[in-house]
Design a protein around this ligand. Structure first.
Ligand code: NDP
Ligand code: MG
Length: 383
C-alpha cells in the first residue's frame, strides 16, 4: 500500500491522480490533499478519500470546507497547509506535486527532507530553483519522478543510462496558435488561447503552451531532472502529440515513447514505476488510425517565449527565477483580460533585461526575487 500526498487535488493533474487512486484502492491511499479555492471539489474528494490532513488555500476556504465534511481531518490554511501535506505521513510515502506555480517550491523541499519520493508535475518549482532541489536530492537521496508527459517519456526511454546519450528530444504540439504567424497573434482572445488542440489542462499551462513558454520551461525541467547540459536538449514540433519525447543515443538509435494523449499514463507511471498497471478507460494507441505523424523544426523567431526561456536557462543563477515569476504574473494578467497575448513575452523579456543576475541564489533570495519580479511586472503592465 502506497500513501500518496497530493498538492493541487482540485486541478487537472490532481483530479486525474485521484482517479488513479480511486481505481486502485488496494495499491494507493490518500494521506493528505491540498487545494486552493475550489472548496466544493475539495469537499467531494475529501469525503470520498478521507485523508487525515488537508491544506486549504486560505482561512476562508478552510472554514467553508469544514462545514461540508463528513469527518474531522486537520485542516490547515495558507502556505502552511501545503507544508503540512508535505510533512504528513511517513518516510517512503509519495508526494504528488500538482499545484500550479512557484508556490510548490517550499513544500517540495519539505517533502524531500521528510524522505518522500517526489512525483513532480509542478515544473515551476524546478525552473525557479532547480539547483536547490538538485542539491537537496543529493543530500537526501530521495527519488524525483517526472509526471510531465515529455519527461516521463524520456525517463522511460533512458533506463537510467545517461552516459550514452547524444540528445534528449522533447516534442511540442505547438499549442492553440500553431497555425498562426506571429503577426496573426495580435488581438487573439483568452478563449482562443485556452483552446488547446490535443490536451485538456489547467489555464496557466494552456496559455504557456500557446506562447511556447511551456516548452522552454520543460527544457529547463529536463536539464535538472536528467542532469543534461542544454546543448544536449532539442525540441521538435510534432502536431499529433503521439510521440511524447525521444532519446537519441551515441550509436544513432532513437528511442521514443508513444501513446494517446492521456495524462493518467505518466501520472500512474510515476506512482508505480518500474511496474505498470492497466488504466480504466484509457485508449490504446492505434497507429494506423493516426496514419501519418508530422515533425518540424522549431522557428525561434516565431516563438519568442521559448527563446527567452532557453536563454534564461542557459544563463542560470537567478535568471530562470525571474523568467518564471514574470511569466506567472503576465499569464495571470492575460487571463484576467488586462494585457494582450503578445504582451506576455514582452513583459518577460523586460523583466529579464532589468534583472541583475545572482549566480547561486539561496531560498530566501529566490523568494525575494520572485516577489519583486511579480510586483515589477504588474507595475510595468499598468504603466
Ligand atoms: P490547474 O490550474 O488545473 O490546478 C492547479 C491546482 O493548484 C489546483 O488544485 C489549485 O487549487 C491549486 N493551486 C493553485 N494556486 C494555488 C495556491 N496559491 N495555493 C494552493 N493551491 C493552489 O493546473 P494543472 O493541473 O493543469 O497543472 C498543475 C501543474 O502541473 C502545473 O505546474 C503544470 O505546469 C503541470 N502540468 C500539468 C499538465 C496537465 O495536463 N494539466 C501536464 C504537465 C504538467 P484550486 O483550483 O482549488 O484553486
Ligand atoms: Mg508537458
Amino acid at each position: 500500500m502506497k500513501h500518496v500526498h497530493l498538492l493541487g487535488a482540485t486541478g487537472s493533474i490532481g483530479v486525474q491522480t485521484l482517479d488513479i487512486i480511486r481505481s486502485n484502492p488496494d495499491y494507493f491511499r490518500l494521506g493528505s490533499l491540498s487545494f486552493g479555492k475550489n472548496v466544493a471539489s475539495a469537499a467531494e474528494a475529501a469525503n470520498e478519500f478521507c485523508p487525515p490532513v488537508i491544506g486549504a488555500g486560505s482561512l476562508e476556504a478552510a472554514r467553508e470546507l469544514k462545514h461540508l465534511l463528513t469527518y474531522s481531518p486537520d485542516i490547515i490554511p495558507g502556505d502552511e497547509g501545503l507544508q503540512a501535506c508535505a510533512r504528513a505521513g511517513n518516510r517512503g510515502d509519495v508526494l504528488v506535486n500538482a499545484v500550479m506555480g512557484r508556490v510548490g517550491l517550499e513544500p517540495t523541499l519539505t517533502a524531500m527532507r521528510s524522505g518522500k519520493t517526489i512525483a513532480i508535475a509542478n515544473k515551476e518549482t524546478l525552473v525557479t530553483a532547480g539547483h536547490l532541489v538538485k542539491q537537496l536530492q543529493l543530500e537526501t537521496g530521495v527519488d524525483i519522478l517526472p509526471v510531465d508527459s515529455e519527461h516521463s517519456a524520456i525517463y522511460q526511454c533512458l533506463h537510467g543510462k545517461k552516459q550514452d546519450v547524444n540528445s534528449l528530444i522533447l516534442t511540442a504540439s505547438g499549442g492553440s496558435f500553431r497555425d498562426k504567424s506571429r503577426e496573426q497573434l495580435q488581438g487573439v482572445t483568452v478563449d482562443e488561447a485556452l483552446n488547446h488542440p490535443n490536451w485538456s489542462m489547467g489555464a496557466k499551462i494552456t496559455i504557456d503552451s500557446a506562447t511556447m513558454m511551456n516548452k522552454g520551461l520543460e527544457v529547463i525541467e529536463a536539464h535538472w531532472l536528467f542532469d543534461m547540459p542544454y546543448e544536449k536538449i532539442d525540441v521538435l514540433l510534432h502536431s499529433e502529440s503521439i510521440v511524447h519525447s525521444m532519446v537519441e543515443y551515441v550509436d544513432g538509435s532513437v528511442m521514443a515513447h508513444l501513446g494517446t494523449p492521456d495524462m493518467r499514463v505518466p501520472i500512474q507511471y510515476a506512482l508505480t514505476c518500474p511496474d505498470r498497471m492497466p488504466i480504466k478507460g484509457s485508449r490504446p494507441l492505434k497507429l494506423w488510425e493516426a496514419g501519418t505523424l508530422h515533425f518540424k523544426e522549431l522557428d525561434l523567431k516565431r516563438y519568442k517565449a521559448f527563446e527567452l526561456a532557453l536563454e534564461a536557462g542557459k544563463a542560470g543563477g537567478s535568471m530562470p527565477t525571474v523568467l518564471n515569476a514574470a511569466n506567472e504574473s503576465a499569464v495571470d494578467m492575460f487571463l484576467k483580460g488586462n494585457i494582450t497575448f503578445l504582451e506576455i513575452d514582452e513583459l518577460v523579456d523586460r523583466a529579464l533585461e532589468q534583472h541583475e543576475r545572482i549566480a547561486e541564489p539561496d531560498l530566501e533570495q529566490i523568494i525575494d526575487i520572485d516577489r519583486e519580479t511579480r510586483i515589477r511586472t504588474a507595475a510595468q503592465a499598468s504603466g
